[in-house]
Design a protein around this ligand. Structure first.
Ligand SMILES: CC(C)(COP(=O)(O)OP(=O)(O)OC[C@H]1O[C@@H](n2cnc3c(N)ncnc32)[C@H](O)[C@@H]1OP(=O)(O)O)[C@@H](O)C(=O)NCCC(=O)NCCS
Length: 177
């Protein structure tokens, strides 16, 4: 049982998943304002990404219970965001995972640790049965992260994505309890 209003933290060595704070807004806006990140995410993510977008997002995360969206800290520095989106109706035991790491922090193993931490939290503390996501066909780095975390490729949804005006396949991954 997760206590309401408890400041949930998931920790592995130098990497901490914690709630977003108002004081993250500058770093969040600075790191998120990167086309290389936006190219791999849904168009729902603003681009360019402003301080106002950061404030709006941080306020949104304050309303959630149980906590599903986390700031990622590396060595005490804010470096990205990871979250689960719960599904509904007959999919109520499923969540979709999403994440991004600021470019200066890439290839340090941070996403792999963060995905492992939130997957364990989702499947064990939130009692989900399944966590899944879709990766754009050119995002080999994210596919590698998911595979390192024990996610299984379930298939390829052909021509499922339109990004930057082009059509792409989507690689679907999941991990179940
Ligand atoms: C994808 C992303 C989250 C990875 O974060 P990260 O912290 O750099 O990931 P890790 O360091 O844990 O692991 C990355 C792995 O991909 C590998 N990799 C990096 N670039 C690669 C490339 N072009 N081709 C193949 N593998 C690549 C790294 O070598 C590493 O694997 P290894 O540990 O076996 O060496 C980050 O690049 C990012 O935020 N991208 C933009 C947003 C995004 O793609 N979000 C996910 C949407 S599904």
């Amino acid at each position: 049982m997760i206590a309401k209003n408890s400041a949930m933290q998931l920790i592995h060595d130098k990497i901490i998943l914690r709630p977003l704070h108002d004081s993250d807004r500058e770093e969040l806006a600075w790191l998120a304002n990167n086309k290389k990140i936006w190219d791999n995410l849904r168009d729902l993510m603003p681009h360019p990404y402003t301080i106002d977008n950061a404030i709006f997002f941080i306020n949104l995360t304050k309303q959630e219970y149980p906590q599903m969206i986390f700031a990622i800290e590396y060595n005490g520095q804010f470096c990205g965001v990871i979250g689960l989106t719960g599904q509904h109706d007959v999919y109520k035991k499923t969540a979709e995972i999403g994440y991004w790491i600021g470019e200066p922090f890439w290839n340090k193993g941070i996403a792999t640790v963060a995905v492992n931490l939130i997957t364990d939290y989702g499947l064990n503390q939130l009692d989900l049965a399944r966590i899944h996501t879709g990766v754009f066909e050119y995002n080999t780095s994210s596919m590698k992260v998911l595979e390192k975390c024990g996610y299984k490729k379930e298939g390829v949804f052909e021509k499922a994505i339109i990004k930057n005006g082009q059509t792409w396949n989507e690689h679907r991954y999941s991990k179940t309890k």
